[in-house]
Design a protein around this ligand. Structure first.
Ligand code: 4UW
Length: 554
């Protein structure tokens, strides 16, 4: 039985062997796994331009860029490289090259504002920033070495001369002095509370991602993984897109068709043109695909599987989707940045049709459902906080301790969930503060830090309201100072664009405009007399959230 007497849920699948050699890092592992057959088969394809990077190119470009980073830019083992890049066929190669050179890649949303990038630079002290020309202006004030990165390997523009010179085909880089337990990537997440923090993932964590999530799932289907064609519309800076498109799939020999950003008409076109078989998405993209499918003139019958994650789709959306794509195996998956995307997937659930479930525990992973009041482990069909354990769980947060990782390596997810009697997991709610806007994380504490800077705001708390299109939107509860007539629009504008803040940049103290990314904007403001707090001073967000529901009900 999958739930032991001690209340630990084990995966229903037999364990998958992971490489034992502690000196093995991610890229040599991926390349050992990448099929040697058909070297000219496309590993990456640009959906807009048809540019192809073959399996042979993939090996060669990653090695030569790694060599260039080491030899020409002096990157050393453990140095951090910040990627501020949109999706492109270059992204996965840049990411893997950093790791192959022994560096640690940290990613961020390319829509980030100059202040957000400056804050990230302060926090991670990168040795190099890889940035696309559109974002280069945002970091011009920072004194960090910058390399402009094109979106195509065929782009011969003079501004990419330095990048081209880094692709040093003659230089085989010396193998880096990093192994499985060393840091490979730092992705940002707010965990169960507080501001956004750096999640340190090791080479072993990412090897586990490739093996336990991506390769294992592909092995559950009859068609060979190297025949699969994935549409990459999700951003690769986030763990969900990164795990698939820049890590796991490239070792399987599958083809990844890259879109710079999601657009329903372009996605339908790409599915039809490239005979896409797999489309990982988030609920808002699911909704857009349901609408687009109604009028799509192009055949979409190549699609075998669509997987949704990062946020819950409504029951209606699932029903509409399954009706619009009856031939497609619809599954959900569940993971976190802190678990390197590994937790559960609806591994081949077509027969079960448990669409509302996020699936079965991945091999080698364990879980607990913990009663919040008693701390006891709960049996199937009982709701509690989900805890996870296994080789994909992060090393920890960068420079901060957080109680979400227990001494014996259990990750408290902050999600409320239950397992059914067949071992399928259902996410029913969230204890943690994070807001999921279209699947993207927004840390309430990050917005509160900006709002409290307003001279007329006395106190503030941010929480979420349910939203049909985005899943959730950030709502600010604001206590105005006496005599203030601050309006909702003024509060929203303050967050959107104009707080001057003194930041201690690498260049020294400097006044910059703190502007939060568009997706993080406050979308509703409620003025209140006071913010409800517990005796310990913790904001009672649940009360605030419930007051929004009461508003709707009354
Ligand atoms: N249903 C309800 C879900 C779901 C969910 C996640 O930004 P992060 O840290 O990470 C992600 C990762 C998504 C993901 C990883 C691997 C995978 O197979 C997959 O399948 C499609 C998706 O979003 O946010 C983590 C938090 O996002 C919520 C949940 O609160 C979790 O703690 N979340 N997936 N299917 N909620």
């Amino acid at each position: 039985f999958f739930c032991t007497a001690t209340g630990v849920y084990a995966s229903t699948f037999p364990p998958v062997p992971l490489p034992a050699d502690p000196s093995l890092s991610l890229v040599p592992h991926l390349f050992a796994r990448l099929p040697r057959s058909r070297p000219s088969a496309p590993a990456l394809l640009d959906a807009a331009t048809n540019e192809a990077v073959s399996r042979a190119d993939l090996r060669h470009l990653v090695s030569s860029l790694a060599a260039g980073l080491t030899r020409r830019l002096g990157l050393r083992a453990g140095d951090i490289v910040l990627l501020v890049l949109p999706n492109s066929v270059v992204f996965p190669i840049a990411f893997l090259a950093v790791l192959a050179a022994g560096g640690v890649a940290t990613t961020m949303n390319p829509c980030s504002t100059p202040a957000e990038i400056a804050a990230r630079v302060r926090e991670t002290s990168p040795a190099i920033v890889l940035v696309n020309p559109g974002n280069a202006g945002k970091i011009s004030q920072l004194s960090v070495p910058v390399v402009l990165v094109p979106e195509s390997f065929n782009d011969g523009a003079p501004e990419f001369a330095q990048f081209r010179a880094l692709l040093d085909p003659s230089a085989a880089a010396a193998p880096p002095a990093v192994g499985q337990d060393d840091a490979a990537a730092i992705l940002f997440s707010s965990g169960t509370s507080g501001r956004s923090k750096g999640v340190v993932l090791t080479h072993r964590n990412l090897i586990a991602t490739g093996e336990l999530f991506v390769r294992f799932e592909a092995s559950q289907y009859p068609q060979p993984a190297c025949d699969n064609v994935y549409l990459a519309a999700l951003p690769m800076f986030h763990i969900y897109g990164l795990a698939l498109f820049a890590v796991g799939l490239l070792s399987l020999g599958s083809t990844v068709v890259v879109m710079k950003r999601f657009d329903a008409a372009a996605a339908i076109n790409a599915i039809s043109r490239f005979k896409v078989t797999h489309f990982p998405l988030v609920p808002p993209i699911m909704a857009a695909m349901v609408s687009a499918a109604r009028t799509a003139a192009l055949p979409l019958d190549s699609l075998l599987q669509v997987s949704s994650g990062a946020a819950p789709p409504s029951d209606k959306l699932i029903r509409d989707f399954v009706k619009a794509f009856p031939h497609v195996d619809f599954i959900q998956g569940y993971g976190m940045t802190e678990s390197a995307a590994v937790a559960t997937r609806g591994f081949n659930t077509l027969k079960q049709k448990k669409y509302a479930s996020v699936g079965l525990l991945a091999p080698n992973m364990h879980a607990r459902i913990v009663d919040q009041e008693t701390g006891c482990c709960l049996p199937p069909d009982s709701c509690g906080e989900l805890w996870l354990h296994g080789p994909a769980i992060m090393k920890g947060y960068l420079n901060v301790e957080d109680a979400c990782l227990t001494m014996d390596g259990w990750l408290r997810t902050g999600d409320i969930a239950y397992f059914d009697l067949d071992g399928y997991l259902y996410i029913v709610g969230r204890l943690k503060e994070v807001i999921k806007y279209k699947g993207f994380q927004i840390a309430p504490a990050d917005l509160e830090a900006v709002l409290i800077e307003h001279p007329e705001i006395l106190d503030v708390a941010v929480t979420s309201a349910d939203d049909e299109e985005a899943g959730e939107i950030p709502v600010a509860f604001v206590v105005r100072k006496a005599g203030s007539s601050l309006s909702c629009t003024q509060v929203m504008k303050h967050v959107a664009n104009q707080v001057k803040e003194l930041l201690n940049l690498t260049t020294g103290p400097c006044e910059v405009v703190v502007q939060v990314s568009a997706y993080k904007k406050v979308r509703k403001v409620v003025f209140v007399e006071s913010i409800p707090r517990s005796a310990a001073g913790k904001v009672l967000r649940r009360l605030l959230k419930d007051s929004l529901r009461d508003d709707v009900a009354s």
